[in-house]
Design a binder for this molecule. Structure first.
Ligand code: CUA
Length: 328
């Protein structure tokens, strides 16, 4: 996990990778289930241990046959009673379990926001669907959610099998090539959570992270509006030069920045790269220095990644960084 304190829209990363701090409706239900199991198991454990200790330490007086026969009968009744209680507890647990399973897979209403998450080696493409094609928003390595609204995640893969795992949201589902999986989430509180690929998918599987940012609804709407906007025009000559370096160099072959000539679809869309919490799918803090290092020698950070090193002149690199930093 990144060592920097991460902030997005005033939200701070806290307990970001914990299943014990649920931030989603389903995660809260799973948490209840876990607590129920813990309590029931603890009671059963205490009773069994108590009985075992009692049996071990009680005195066994030498008595005549009739009393020991009566004891025998009482012990038999106790065993039958315990058996009945066991069946009852297990049956109750089974019913609870089935009901939970139904609740978790319940189909969301039609007005649910739809987000398509595509696993790629080794990053996440995140597309916010919209009935109006012009409003469809393509982003990467961050999933933004409105609190209190159901969001349908459509999961697919562009290459090998990945798995989207967001512990705080109780989400863990495979992304399979040629197949759509679906899972819905409803964030219950604002916050920043962490997701991680949970299916070995190649050399950089461990560096395939994702940040989930849950906003209150008005803040989410503002975020969506802002992200739909194309990149702002460069405001000074340095940024102008930076954009020219991007458009004229290798960057534009793989990356898209809306509002410029760059329309590559191989790597992440960088239209608002400066607004993101991390670089290289949760691998590096999004700072100028890390961005420079990543551009010059991505193989040093993520060996095997398809992004090639760039031999940029120092002044071109400075211009490129200056321009990229305006893409908020
Ligand atoms: Cu993607 Cu592991």
């Amino acid at each position: 996990m990144l060592a920097l304190p991460l902030r997005s829209a005033g939200l701070v990363l806290q307990h970001a990778h914990s299943v014990l701090e649920p931030g989603n409706v389903q995660a809260a239900r799973i948490q209840d289930h876990l607590e129920y199991f813990l309590v029931v198991s603890a009671i059963v454990f205490a009773l069994v241990m108590g009985a075992a200790i009692w049996a071990a330490v009680r005195r066994r007086p030498q008595t005549e046959d009739t009393r020991s026969a009566r004891r025998e009968a009482a012990a038999g009744r106790a065993v039958i009673g315990a058996l009945g209680a066991t069946v009852l507890v297990l049956f109750g647990t089974l019913v609870y379990d089935l009901r939970l399973g139904r609740a978790l897979t319940h189909v969301p209403p039609r007005d649910a926001l739809e987000v398509t998450v595509t696993g790629r080696q080794w990053w996440w493409e995140v597309v916010y669907e919209d009935p109006v094609p012009a409003n469809r928003l393509t982003s990467a390595n961050e999933l933004h959610l409105p609190v209190g609204q159901r969001v349908m995640l459509r999961l697919q893969s562009a290459d090998v099998i990945h798995s989207l795992w967001i512990p705080a949201l109780g989400v863990k589902k495979d992304l399979i090539p040629g197949h759509f999986n679906a899972v819905w989430v409803e964030a219950t509180r604002p916050g920043v959570f962490r997701g991680q690929c949970a299916e070995f998918c190649g050399l950089q599987h461990a560096r395939m992270g994702l940040y989930v940012v849950a906003h209150e609804r008005p803040a989410f709407k503002r975020w969506l509006q802002q992200q739909r906007a194309p990149a702002p025009a460069p405001r000074d000559s340095l940024a102008h030069r930076g954009r020219a370096v991007f458009e004229g160099g290798a960057c534009a072959l793989c990356h898209a920045v809306r509002g410029t000539a760059a329309a590559g679809r191989v790597g992440p869309d960088l239209t608002h790269v400066a607004s993101r919490l991390s670089l290289a799918a949760g691998t590096l803090p999004n700072t100028r220095g890390h961005l420079a290092g990543w551009i010059l020698e991505p193989q040093a950070t993520k060996p095997g990644v398809i992004m090639p090193p760039s031999a940029l002149h120092a002044r071109d690199l400075q211009a490129l960084l200056a321009w990229l930093e305006t893409l908020r």
